[in-house]
Design a binder for this molecule. Structure first.
Ligand code: PMV
Length: 330
C-alpha cells in the first residue's frame, strides 16, 4: 500500500510568530498566506507488513531519523483512528520526500513537507478525516503547514486553530509572486527556537501579536477587494515588524542579510517613484524575499531586482506563481 502526494509551500502575508502552546503549535496570533505554485514537495508513503514495525524516512535522497514532530503526527493519528492504530501496529512505514527548492532556508519547505506528509498519512491510514483535522495533523509537524492544505489565500485563526480558504488561487489573476534567492543555505536559528527566544526576551512580543491580529482583518479585506496598494503596505509592515521582534530578541535573531536589505531598499525606491506601491516584499525566517506585484508592473519590478543580481547581491529571481495546496497523485 502506498500513496504519493504533492504539496506547495505557502508564504505568510501576516505571519505566525509565537506559540501559545509549543506542543501543539498553537499560535499567539492569527495568520494569512498565499500558496506558491512553481515549487513543491513530493512525498511518498509506503506501508508494508512487518513483525516488528518501524518508521523509516528519506529526505532529498538521504536517510534521516524521523523527528519528534513526525512522531507527534503519527501519535495524533493513532489517538484519532483505531484502524490507523491497528495498521501501524502490524506494518512498517517508509516516508520518502523531496523538495524542488532549497530545504530549511526560509523558503517554507517545512510547510509543504508536513502538509504533504499529513495528507499522505490521512489518505493511507485514516481516509475519513476531515480537511480541518488533516490541517491540525499538519500543524503538529510545522505550524505553517496547516495553511498549505488549501490552495490560494488561507487564514489560520489563533483562537480555535481553524484553517479557512479566504479566496481561491484563481481569485486575483493579475497578482504575481516572485522569489528572490539571496542565500540557499540552511538558516542558523530554526523558527521554533526563534519564536521561543522572542517570547522569552523580546519586550515587544505581545504588542506585535496584537498588531498582527488587527492587521489580519485588513489584509483579508484587501485580498477580497483586490486592493494591491493596501495589501502591499500591510504585508511589508508585517514582515518588518516580525524582523524587528527578531532583532530585539536577545541574543538577537538576524534572518535578513545585506542582500535582503538591498531588496527592501530597491522595492521602496520603486514604490516611491509611483503614486502608490507597485511591489511588496516579505521575508520568513531567512534572508530570501518573496515579492508580490501585479501583471502591469511585473517586468519593471523584475528589471529593478535584476540590477541586484547583476551586482552579485542576489543569486536568482524565480517566477513562483500563485497556486499551492496539497494534492494526492493519481
Ligand atoms: O511553522 P513554522 O514553525 O515553520 O514557522 C513559520 C514561521 C514563519 O514562516 C516566519 C511565519 C509563517 O507564518 O509562516
Amino acid at each position: 500500500m502506498e500513496v504519493t502526494v504533492e504539496s506547495h509551500p505557502n508564504i505568510a502575508l501576516v505571519k505566525y510568530w509565537g506559540k501559545a502552546d509549543a506542543a501543539t503549535n498553537t499560535p499567539i496570533n492569527g495568520s494569512v498566506s498565499i500558496g506558491m505554485q512553481n515549487v513543491k514537495t513530493t512525498t511518498n508513503v509506503h506501508l508494508e507488513p512487518a513483525a516488528a514495525p518501524s518508521i523509516e524516512m528519506e529526505l532529498n535522497g538521504m536517510p534521516v531519523t524521523p523527528s519528534q514532530r513526525v512522531q507527534n503526527m503519527i501519535d495524533y493519528l493513532i489517538s484519532l483512528s483505531p484502524p490507523a492504530a491497528e495498521l501501524l501496529s502490524t506494518h512498517s512505514l517508509k516516508i520518502t520526500s523531496s523538495n524542488s527548492f532549497p530545504t530549511g532556508a526560509g523558503m517554507a519547505s517545512s510547510a509543504s513537507g508536513m502538509a504533504a506528509l499529513a495528507v499522505a498519512l490521512k489518505t493511507l491510514l485514516a481516509p475519513t478525516l476531515s480537511n480541518q483535522t488533516t490541517a491540525t495533523l499538519a500543524r503538529l509537524g510545522s505550524g505553517s503547514a496547516c495553511r498549505s492544505i488549501h490552495p490560494g489565500f488561507v487564514r489560520w485563526d489563533a483562537e480555535n486553530g481553524i484553517v479557512t480558504q479566504v479566496a481561491t488561487d484563481k481569485h486575483w489573476p493579475e497578482l504575481r509572486l516572485l522569489a528572490v534567492v539571496c542565500c540557499a543555505e540552511k538558516k542558523a536559528v530554526g523558527s521554533t527556537e526563534g519564536m521561543l527566544r522572542s517570547a522569552a526576551t523580546c519586550p515587544f512580543m505581545d504588542r506585535r501579536a496584537e498588531v498582527a491580529s488587527a492587521r489580519l482583518e485588513d489584509v483579508e479585506s484587501a485580498i477580497i477587494s483586490k486592493d494591491f496598494p493596501k495589501l502591499a503596505e500591510e504585508v511589508m509592515r508585517d514582515s518588518n515588524d516580525l524582523h524587528a521582534v527578531c532583532l530585539s530578541s536577545y541574543p538577537p535573531i538576524v534572518y535578513l542579510s545585506a542582500s535582503s536589505l538591498a531588496v527592501i531598499n530597491t522595492v521602496h525606491a520603486l514604490n516611491s517613484s509611483h503614486n502608490s506601491p507597485i511591489a511588496a516584499y516579505t521575508f520568513d525566517a531567512g534572508p530570501n524575499a518573496m515579492i508580490l506585484t501585479t501583471a502591469a508592473y511585473c517586468k519593471q519590478v523584475k528589471w529593478a531586482l535584476s540590477e541586484l543580481k547583476l551586482a552579485g547581491s542576489v543569486k536568482d529571481i524565480i517566477d513562483i506563481g500563485v497556486g499551492g495546496g496539497t494534492v494526492v497523485q493519481p
